[in-house]
Design a binder for this molecule. Structure first.
Ligand code: PMP
Length: 365
């Protein structure tokens, strides 16, 4: 058998998964735990799958320190469906919700919510092309808001909150954590609801994790279709209908991998090491590489940066690919390059990128 090729994978999502997770899935693919079938082939009501989903939830609770009065759900429709489900479930008729807009994703979340009812912009970074986060004094919230929504890490613009916005007493904080979920410890009790599409740090595409404080379920209108109803989905343990079984199984394997690694504090250390390495390369390049985000807002997961010309940026992407560094093209709305350095990206891959950046500058700078 020829050796398997693995590249330095900087894809923004779906993105790199831990190699031990893929190997475990491969080993169990044809015969899961002596059942003689794959997880893809078994009933979602079987005791084996029940154990898979329950263990995944228990491990997530342990890793994140999720308090008992929060429910965990494994849903479908991506984080994008949460843009709609959050207002449908948590914003009562006639009420308004506050949105902190720090990049493309929080803007899209606000636009979706605006289709269904009233929203208010608590901050809008668009005028500065989403290069920074609001200072505390720039945020003023409606004390009657149904909730405050923000995006913890803007995947495209590479700005990441270092602490939660301070919201008025009694207003639940809702967070899109898709692209830095499980990358660092989180004070879950500060949140009313956290959601995250799995396909960055938690597993493959197809499952979205929602963590909700139980009391908020009393707001859910009774006339919502079952699959859009948090109460129905929470009470059924995400088993109202057929869940994305294989994706949930993969999330379970990722959570075990994280636990073996030492949990979210250990993961955070590694993530910071990788990010610091790359930001140092950017800052030390004499302006040849320029980061998009303001230094104090820099993300440890997504690093968008520019170069002196688009031609050089195109050449960088092409040459990098030849060196097995893939997924570095920036999002079209920011341009340039973007290195997504999620949990599963090894430190060696960050190092390989830094070395490639120095070589490229030497050759073409
Ligand atoms: N929010 C953030 C922060 C994202 O990065 C993404 C996807 N890149 C989304 C929402 C949308 O996720 P999905 O494609 O799972 O709907």
């Amino acid at each position: 058998m020829s050796p398997i090729k693995r590249v330095h994978n900087f894809n923004a999502g779906p993105s790199i998964l831990p190699l031990p997770v893929l190997e475990k899935a491969q080993a169990e693919l044809l015969d899961y735990a002596g059942t003689g079938m794959s997880v893809m082939e078994m009933s979602h009501r079987s005791k084996e799958f029940e154990a898979i989903i329950q263990t995944a939830e228990a491990d997530l609770r342990e890793l994140m320190g999720i308090p008992a009065h929060y429910k965990v759900m494994f849903l479908q429709g991506g984080a994008s469906l949460q843009f709609a489900m959050v207002p449908m479930n948590l914003r009562p008729e006639g009420a308004s919700a506050d949105y902190v807009v720090t990049g493309s994703w929080s803007r899209t979340a606000m636009k979706e919510a605006a289709k269904l009812g009233a929203v208010r912009t608590a901050f809008n970074g668009e005028g500065e092309n989403y290069t920074r986060l609001p200072a505390k004094a720039e945020l003023s919230f409606d004390p009657k808001a149904a909730y405050v929504h923000f995006c913890h890490n803007e995947t495209i613009h590479g700005v990441e909150f270092k602490s939660e916005p301070e919201v008025p007493e009694g207003v639940p904080l809702v967070c899109d954590m898709s692209s830095d979920f499980l990358s660092q410890p989180v004070d879950v009790f500060k949140y009313g609801l956290i959601y995250a599409g799995a396909q960055k740090n938690a597993g493959p595409a197809g499952v979205t994790i929602v963590i909700i404080r139980e009391d908020l379920l009393s707001r859910v209108p009774g006339n919502l279709p079952a699959l859009l109803n948090y109460q129905v989905m929470a009470e059924s343990g995400s088993l109202h209908n057929t869940p994305p079984c294989f994706a949930i199984y993969m999330v379970g394997l990722v959570l075990k991998w994280l636990k073996d690694l030492g949990g979210l504090n250990a993961m955070y250390e590694i993530n910071r090491e990788k990010a610091e390495m790359i930001y140092k390369a950017i800052d030390g390049s004499g302006g040849y590489y320029r980061g998009h985000a303001a230094p104090e807002a820099r993300s440890i997961m997504n690093i968008p940066f520019r170069m002196p010309s688009e031609e050089l940026e195109d050449l960088f992407v092409k040459e990098a690919k030849k060196a097995d560094l893939v997924g570095l093209k920036g999002h079209r709305s920011v341009g340039g390059l973007r290195a997504s350095i999620y949990n599963a990206l090894p430190v060696e891959s960050a190092r390989a990128l830094v070395e490639f950046m120095a070589d490229f500058q030497q050759k073409h700078g």
